[in-house]
Design a protein around this ligand. Structure first.
Ligand code: C5P
Length: 312
């Protein structure tokens, strides 16, 4: 994640993610599912700013960064106050670190909610990084990752490399460095989906699809094969729960993408485009189709500075 800081303020740019493949390997006894997924951060970021306070209060505010507020309403709800994962992350870190410090916290949102884009998880990871810096706690990446896993299965991913294979319930991370960027178009339909609901309707297959072949193709720069190997086991249950998934699949069918599918547990849907120009064209066409909010963007190949990864 990109971090900017001075003595009194820390700003973190918290990216969304896409799942290029997601396999549900097994149902577990603790209510979760064992998964194998390739996650890639994309260049659509929320902006989280923490600044110091003289008292011990955590003052939280949030707003959409989308200029058209009517469109922003289509992006879902962002919990206000103590129920936001950002506040829970900061409070838990403060409690564990045993410090008595406060912060002003402002979250400027671009990432849609209930979308399978990891927005809340990324914001929570950003909150851990920001509070660790602001309060000069000096927690290691390992310590932060353990706390991140308590907050949500996807949160640890956002503390590390921009592309990774994630296993377990999503919290066991194998970082993948320096993969070529992919141009993508993401559409968040007007309705979101609930992660627990989608998982509940999913049946693990007898022969799970492995992640490695897609990763190998990506490493070789073979975008066509990446597109062909894309898969998401949660898509069929999501399609049964929301008519938008099928509509988006049909809309992407004629766009000439290397591959397209739902991200995470939905409801966002994305396609891998041939290049940036193709992505802009696909984005314009889909925008005209009234299918939801369209992001034209790309995967993040590398954080801009090694320091930022170390800081995580
Ligand atoms: O970890 P997180 O809080 O994001 O998970 C939300 C819910 O999604 C879980 O309570 C569970 O119902 C479902 N889930 C799952 N298997 C996973 C991740 C999430 O069943 N690997």
């Amino acid at each position: 994640m990109r971090i900017e800081c001075d003595d009194r303020q820390v700003t973190v740019h918290a990216p969304a993610k896409l799942n290029l493949m997601l396999e549900v390997v097994a149902r577990r006894n603790d209510g979760y599912h064992e998964i194998e997924t390739v996650m890639a951060a994309i260049d659509v970021c929320d902006r989280l700013t923490l600044s110091t306070r003289d008292d011990e209060r955590i003052e939280f505010s949030t707003r959409w960064l989308i200029p058209d507020q009517r469109l922003a309403q289509q992006l879902g709800d962002v919990p206000a106050g103590a129920s936001n994962l950002v506040v829970r992350a900061i409070e838990r870190l403060r409690e564990r670190a045993g410090v008595r410090l406060g912060a002003n916290v402002h979250l400027a949102k671009r990432i849609a909610s209930a979308a399978g884009l990891g927005g809340a998880s990324s914001d929570a990871a950003a909150a851990l990084l920001a509070a660790n810096r602001l309060w000069q706690l000096d927690w290691s990446r390992r310590q932060l990752a353990d706390l991140a896993a308590e907050l949500g299965s996807d949160v640890p991913f956002f503390l590390g490399a921009p592309v990774a294979i994630c296993r377990g319930r999503g919290e066991l991370i194998e970082p993948l460095e320096s993969l070529p960027a992919l141009d993508v178009v993401v559409v968040r339909p007007p309705e979101g989906l609930s992660t627990p609901q989608v998982f509940k309707h999913c049946r693990p297959p007898k022969s799970p699809v492995p992640a490695q072949p897609l990763v190998n193709a990506w490493r070789a720069g073979d975008r066509a094969t990446v597109g062909r190997l894309m898969t998401n086991r949660l898509q069929a249950p999501a399609e049964a729960l929301s008519p938008w998934i099928g509509k988006l699949a049909s809309a992407f069918d004629g766009q000439g993408c290397y591959g397209h599918q739902m991200s995470g547990s939905g409801s966002s849907y994305f396609g891998i485009c041939r290049n940036a120009l193709h992505a802009r064209q696909v984005g314009r066409r889909l925008n005209a189709g009234g299918l939801g909010f369209v992001y034209v963007t790309r995967t993040i190949a590398l954080w801009e500075s090694k320091d930022e990864v170390r800081a995580a």
